[in-house]
Design a protein around this ligand. Structure first.
Ligand code: ZN
Length: 678
C-alpha cells in the first residue's frame, strides 16, 4: 500500500476536525433550542425533576449523542475530501470545499430521511418559515430513491479518490467493509426452518373493524389480511372492555373484566400488578410452550405485565425515556444518518419515538427472535403503527392522502395545533388518510411476516389469531380523536375485528356476526388447544358461547381536563395527568396513578352495555346519572337517543347495567352512582 502523502494526511486531519466541529456546533444549537417537553407539552415540574434527580443521566445521554455526532462529522470530513480527490478538485481550497461537500451530503441524507419518514420533521414544519417552505418543496418532489441513489453514487468518486491517493491495495479492505455494511443493513431476515404446532397472537394497535378492506371498507387498506380471509373464522364485532392499551391487553390475556382486579388505567401500581390472575402465557408455558412477546413503542408496557412471558422484546419506557427521546428527536443531523438498522443498534431510543414507528423493523425483530426459539412457542406480536399520531413511512404516507393538502396534519397528527388554526374538513380527511396509510403499512409488514414464517414451516398445525387492543375515533361527529375518553359518536373506538386461523372443524372459517368480547379470546384459544381454562376468566370460549350474554365496556382515565368534547362540562371532573399521576421511585421510576384519585376515576367513568342491536350508555354527571339508548343497526353513529322512546328496553338494560356495577369491589350503588364508602 502506498503511504498517504504528508500533505494529504494533514488535509484529512483538517477536514475531519473542521467537519466534526461543524456537526458539534449544530448539535449544541439543536440541544439548547429544543428544551424539555414530552408530546409537545412543556412541564415545569418535569424540567425541575430532571434537574434535581436525573441531571447526571440527562447530561450523559446528551454526551453520548454529542460523541456520536462529532465522530459522524469527522468521518464525513474524511469522506468528503476523498470525494474531492476522486474528482480532482482537491487542489484549491480543499478544506473549504470539503466542508461544502459535507454540507451537501448532509442535506441529501436529511432529504432521504425526511421523504422516508416526514413525520419526524413535524416540529420545523409546524413552526413555519423558511424551513417549512423547503420541506414543502422537497415533499412535492418526492422520490427518496433518487436522493438515496445520489448519496450512494458519491461512493464512486470517494473510492476513486482513495485509489488515486493510496493505490489499489487500499481499496480492497474498504470495499469489503462497505459491502459487508450494505449487506448487513439491507439483508432480508429469514429464520431457519421450524416444525410448527405454534400459537401466534397478532395485535395491531388501534385497529378499527370498519377499516379492514376485506370487511367492507372502500379503500384497499389491508390486502394481506384480505387474501387470508377465506381461511379465517371472522368476528367483525369484537368489543374490548376498556379501550386503552395496557388495561385492554390485561383483559385479553387474562380473560377477565376490569373490576376483577385493580388494572383500570394506563398507570397501575406494582401491588395491582401483583394481584393479577393467571394469564394465557403462564398457562401455555405450563403446557410446554416457549412464550415470547415482541412489540414496538406502544407495547413497552409488556415489560411491566407479570403475565408469564419467558421473554419480552420491546422498548423500555419510563420517566428517563421522556428526556432521552426528547434529546434525540431534535438532533436532525443524527436522524438524517442513523434512522436505520445501524442507528437502532447505537440508539435504541429511536424505536421508542411515536413519530418513528416502523412495522417492517418490528417484523425483522420478530423473525430474528423466532429463529432461536424452541418449539412449540406462543408468540405475541404487538404492532403500534396505526396508533396516534398515525404515522407511516414512504410510500404509505402518501397512499391515500390528497397531494394538495398543506395543513398541520400533513405528515402526522400534531399534539397541538398552531395558534389560531381551526380544524377544517380537509384536516379530518387527511387524518383519516394518515390512519389508513399507517394501517396499510402494518398490513404489508404482517403479510411479509406470515409469508416468511409459512415458508419456513412455523405455521404448520399452528393456531393464529389477529385482533386489536382497541379501535379509534377519527373525528366522527361528537367522537373527537383517540380512544378511551367516551363512547359518543359511534363505537369505532371499542370495536375491533378478530380473526382466527388454523382452528379446524371446531371453529370453521366463516363470518360470525354476534357481538363478542375480547376477553373471550384466551378461553377460546385454550379450548381449541384442549388445555385447562384460566381459573378466574370470565370470558367464554367462542366454540360454545351463549349469544345472549351482554357485552360491556368502560372508559379510562381522562388525561386532559380542558377537553371540550361533548359532555365534558357535565362529567365528573378531576385534574389532568400531570396532577393525577406521580412517579413511583420505589419501582423502576414508573408513572403511576396517585392513591387519592383511585376511586374517583372509577366513579367518573362512562360505561357501555351492548345487547342484541342496542347500546346503553351510562353517563355519571355532576347532577345525576344519565342514560342514553341507541339502536346500532339504524343509527351506527349513535346520534338519536331513544331512552325516552323505549322505556321498557331502557329499564331492562339499566337493570343489567346496575347488576354489572354491583360487581365493583368495595363499592356501593347510590342513586346509580358507584361510590366508595370511606
Ligand atoms: Zn393501544
Amino acid at each position: 500500500m502506498t503511504p498517504l502523502s504528508y500533505f494529504f494526511c494533514r488535509l484529512l486531519w483538517f477536514s475531519a476536525l473542521l467537519s466534526g466541529l461543524g456537526y458539534g456546533v449544530v448539535f449544541l444549537g439543536c440541544w439548547l433550542s429544543s428544551g424539555l417537553s414530552y408530546l409537545g407539552k412543556d412541564s415545569a415540574a418535569a424540567t425541575s425533576l430532571v434537574r434535581e434527580r436525573y441531571l447526571a443521566d440527562y447530561l450523559l445521554t446528551n454526551a453520548k449523542l454529542f460523541g456520536i455526532t462529532l465522530l459522524l462529522g469527522a468521518l464525513l470530513g474524511v469522506y468528503a475530501l476523498l470525494v474531492l480527490r476522486g474528482c480532482g478538485l482537491h487542489r484549491r481550497r480543499p478544506v473549504l470545499r470539503s466542508l461544502i461537500v459535507v454540507a451537501l451530503l448532509s442535506l441529501l441524507a436529511l432529504t432521504v430521511a425526511f421523504l422516508r419518514g416526514p413525520q419526524l420533521f413535524i416540529e420545523p414544519y409546524l413552526a413555519g418559515g423558511l424551513a417549512a417552505k423547503l420541506l414543502d418543496i422537497v415533499y412535492r418532489i418526492g422520490y427518496p430513491e433518487l436522493f438515496q441513489l445520489l448519496l450512494w453514487g458519491s461512493l464512486l468518486p470517494a473510492l476513486l479518490g482513495l485509489w488515486k491517493e493510496a493505490g489499489a491495495k487500499a481499496l480492497v479492505p474498504v470495499m469489503v467493509l462497505v459491502s459487508a455494511l450494505s449487506w448487513w443493513s439491507l439483508r432480508p431476515i429469514v429464520p431457519v426452518a421450524g416444525k410448527g404446532g405454534n400459537v401466534i397472537l397478532l395485535l395491531v394497535d388501534s385497529l378499527r373493524s370498519d377499516r379492514v378492506s376485506g370487511l367492507g371498507y372502500e379503500r384497499q387498506t389491508t390486502p394481506e389480511i384480505d387474501k387470508r380471509l377465506a381461511d379465517a373464522a371472522i368476528f367483525p364485532n369484537t368489543y374490548v372492555p376498556l379501550p386503552r392499551t395496557l388495561p385492554s391487553l390485561v383483559y385479553l390475556l387474562t380473560g377477565t373484566w376490569p373490576q376483577q382486579h385493580g388494572i383500570r388505567t394506563m398507570f397501575p401500581r406494582q401491588d395491582e400488578f401483583n394481584r393479577l390472575p393467571e394469564a394465557l402465557p403462564e398457562n401455555l408455558g405450563e403446557a410446554g410452550f416457549t412464550t415470547v412477546a415482541v412489540a414496538d413503542y406502544a407495547g413497552e408496557i409488556l415489560h411491566d405485565l407479570p403475565v408469564g412471558f419467558d421473554r419480552v422484546s420491546a422498548p423500555q419506557f419510563n420517566f428517563r425515556s421522556i428526556y432521552r427521546q426528547r434529546s434525540l428527536e431534535t438532533q436532525w443531523l443524527l436522524l438524517g444518518w442513523l434512522n436505520n438498522r445501524l442507528g437502532r443498534l447505537l440508539l435504541p431510543e429511536l424505536a421508542l419515538l411515536p413519530n418513528n414507528s416502523d412495522p417492517e423493523a418490528l417484523v425483522d425483530r420478530v423473525l430474528t427472535t423466532v429463529g432461536g426459539l424452541p418449539e412449540p412457542f406462543f408468540l405475541m406480536v404487538f404492532m403500534s403503527a396505526p396508533h396516534f399520531p398515525y404515522t407511516s413511512r414512504y410510500p404509505d404516507d402518501r397512499l391515500f392522502a390528497d397531494p394538495d393538502y398543506q395543513g398541520p396534519y400533513r405528515f402526522a397528527t400534531p399534539f397541538f395545533l398552531p395558534e389560531g388554526h381551526q380544524r377544517t374538513s380537509s384536516d379530518i380527511t387527511q387524518v383519516n388518510a394518515l390512519y389508513d396509510g399507517a394501517l396499510h403499512g402494518a398490513d404489508r409488514a404482517l403479510g411479509r411476516m406470515l409469508d416468511t414464517l409459512k415458508s419456513q414451516g412455523y405455521l404448520n398445525d399452528s393456531l393464529i389469531a389477529l385482533t386489536g387492543d382497541h379501535g379509534e375515533n377519527l373525528y366522527e361527529p361528537d367522537a373527537g380523536l383517540g380512544h378511551g375518553d367516551h363512547f359518543f359518536g359511534g363505537l369505532q373506538s371499542v370495536k375491533v375485528p378478530l380473526f382466527v386461523w388454523g382452528a379446524g372443524d371446531r371453529l370453521p372459517p366463516g363470518r360470525y356476526d354476534a357481538a363478542v368480547s375480547s376477553i373471550d379470546l384466551a378461553p377460546t384459544l385454550l379450548d381449541l388447544l384442549q388445555l385447562p381454562p384460566l381459573p378466574q376468566a370470565s370470558g367464554v370460549s367462542l366454540l360454545v358461547r351463549d349469544e345472549t350474554r351482554p357485552v360491556y365496556s368502560e372508559t379510562g382515565l381522562w388525561m386532559d381536563p380542558t377537553n371540550t368534547e361533548k359532555f365534558a362540562e357535565e362529567r365528573i371532573a378531576y385534574p389532568g395527568i400531570l396532577e393525577t399521576a406521580e412517579i413511583d421511585f420505589s419501582g423502576g421510576d414508573e408513572i403511576v396513578l396517585r392513591e387519592q384519585y383511585q376511586h374517583k376515576v372509577i366513579t367518573a367513568r362512562h360505561r357501555l352495555l351492548l345487547d342484541d342491536d342496542w347500546a346503553l350508555l351510562y353517563l355519571p354527571a355532576r347532577n345525576g346519572v344519565r342514560y342514553e339508548l341507541f339502536h346500532l343497526v339504524s343509527d351506527p353513529g349513535m346520534t338519536r337517543d331513544l331512552a325516552a322512546a323505549e322505556p321498557v328496553r331502557l329499564a331492562e338494560m339499566r337493570e343489567q347495567m346496575l347488576d354489572w356495577l354491583r360487581m365493583e369491589p368495595q363499592a356501593q350503588l347510590r342513586r346509580d352512582y358507584v361510590v366508595f364508602p370511606d
